[in-house]
Every structure is written in C-alpha cells, then in structure tokens.
Ligand binder design. Sequence first.
Ligand code: ADP
Length: 239
Amino acid sequence: MIDAMTGPMIVFEDIEKTYTMGTEIIRALDGVSFSVEAGEFVSITGPSGSGKSTLMNVIGCLDTPNRGTYVLAGESVENLSRDQLAEVRNTRIGFVFQTFNLLPRLTAIENVEVPLVYAGVPRRERKRRAAELLERVGLADRGKHRPTELSGGQRQRVAIARALSLDPAVLLADEPTGALDTATGHEIMELFHALHRDGATIMLVTHEPDLAEQADRVIRVLDGRITEDRRCAHQEVLV
Ligand code: ADP
C-alpha cells in the first residue's frame, strides 16, 4: 500500500477545531496546515493544553474539524459521515496508545487478530498474519500469553503488531512510552525506528522533548497553532 502511494500521506490545510464551553469558544486548533510524506517519522509536541490531542483526534479520524481540508492517503476525509469516518479510521490508521488497550481475555495473537476479524479476513490467513506481525515486533514466542502474563514493553509490542495488522497508511502513536520505564521506552522507540526504516509512516504525539527529537521532523504546537516545523539535527547531519 505504502509503496504504491504517490504524493503526501497527510495533508492538513487550515484546519480549525473549536469547542464551545458555555459562552466561550475555545480554538483547540486554529488554522493548522502541514503535510506528511509517505515514510516520514514526525513527532507532534507541545505543552499540555496546546492542542496535541485534538490534532491527533483529527488525524486519526476520531473527530472532524470545523473548517479546513484533510486529505489522508489521497482521500478527502473532512466531510465524511460518521460511518465512513469509522471505516477510514479502522482501516487506514494504526493506533498505539499509552496504556496499550489490549483485550485482557485474549492472548497476544488473538489481540493482533482483532482488526483482521472485523475486516473479515479468514481464520487461517488471520493466524498467519498475526504470527508474522508478532515475529516482526520480536514476540514470536509469546503468542499464547495473555496481557497479564506479559511485561509492559511486551504489551506495547503486541499493541504495535495489532496497529500494523491492516497495513495502515499511518501509525499514530499517542505517548507510547508514557507508561514504561526508561529502558523499555527506548526499546519501543527502537522498534518504531525499525518500522520507519521498513517504510512505515509514523506520527508520534508526545510532550517529552527528548522523544520528539528522535523523529525525523518535529511539529510543535502552542495554543492550537504550529509554532515550529523542522527537521531534527540528527537528520540534518544525514542529508
Ligand atoms: P493537549 O493534548 O496538548 O493537552 P488538547 O488538544 O487536549 O491539548 O486541548 C487543546 C485545548 O482545547 C485546551 O484548551 C482544552 O481545554 C480544549 N479542549 C480539548 N477538548 C475539549 C472538549 N472536548 N471540550 C472543550 N474544550 C476542549
């Protein structure tokens, strides 16, 4: 899918999202424009209340903007109905959350299979793909374990495998190391780097500057606006 893509994976043009609290209008996103090419690793950062979550929700098709255009993998999504938006969200976005959000009664392999079940992939093919994905995240031997039998880092690996199961256009990670100790957090970041080297488009939402700097590019938001959009120093050395 990603290989076949030409043009940007994400295009935001003048996106605005407002919330009304009583008589007050809060501009959570106030005219945000940027584009992300296929295969980029971009972090979105900023202090609490700056608009990161709102931006992530719009990118992830969990919410729609009040104004502006959003093109995801060549498809305009800003005016889709709820059902259409859910379809795009479920098939084109791979979510990774801080708290993993695995289903506790299912084994690792069954958790990875969940999106494939909803997508109607036959059982054998599902098992094969889920096993392959677990191997890719370094958990080939943990498929039969339930989340409680896995460490935090292993749980996040399962969640990442699940996020990759439908070959999403974008891997959207929200503070993915926030619930992990430093060393384990590094391992998870290493996994993102490996997936990036393999061609994945990754958007990492984090308030931690050190993590944000590990991406190729950092987009900083403040008061619902982009205040900075730059390549990281380690990238400038490379190019
Ligand atoms: P961050 O993720 O960077 O902490 P948010 O996107 O959550 O920032 O919030 C941006 C602004 O929008 C904040 O002022 C926040 O209070 C406001 N906001 C976010 N969600 C809502 C909501 N559902 N209703 C009202 N205001 C909201």
